[in-house]
Design a protein. Structure first.
Length: 113
């Protein structure tokens, strides 16, 4: 049996509204998983993406969440012990001068859940 490898898939869904509004927003996630090879990994990413699809009524409007694409699919190897997921960049919500002092050692992060 071939050893499984780690893969990273970046998935994107379209949240679309029936009528003139069209695409309301994109939802994205990164999925890290084990698979036999690239083709099997692609099929697993598709399956994961289709599992999140749904349709519902919002007042009189029909809302659909549909898998739009597998943005990237990367082979990470067999002996990975840690992963890093780049979440991109965003603009600050307030003006910050060049001089602020950051002290990450004093700001222990809260739990996610």
């Amino acid at each position: 049996m071939k050893a499984q490898e780690w893969f990273r898939a970046h998935l994107r869904w379209a949240v679309r509204v029936e009528g003139q509004e069209g695409i309301r927003r994109w939802e994205e996630t990164v999925y890290i998983f084990l698979s036999q090879d690239r083709e099997a990994a692609f099929q697993q990413a598709l399956q994961k993406g289709h599992q999140k699809e749904l349709c519902y009524q919002e007042g009189r409007r029909w809302i659909e969440i549909r898998l739009a694409e597998i943005v990237t699919l990367a082979r990470l190897g067999t002996n990975q012990t840690e992963f890093e997921v780049d979440l991109g960049s965003k603009k600050p919500t307030e003006h910050l001068a060049f001089e602020p002092v950051f002290d990450p050692e004093e700001a222990f992060p809260p739990p996610m859940f």
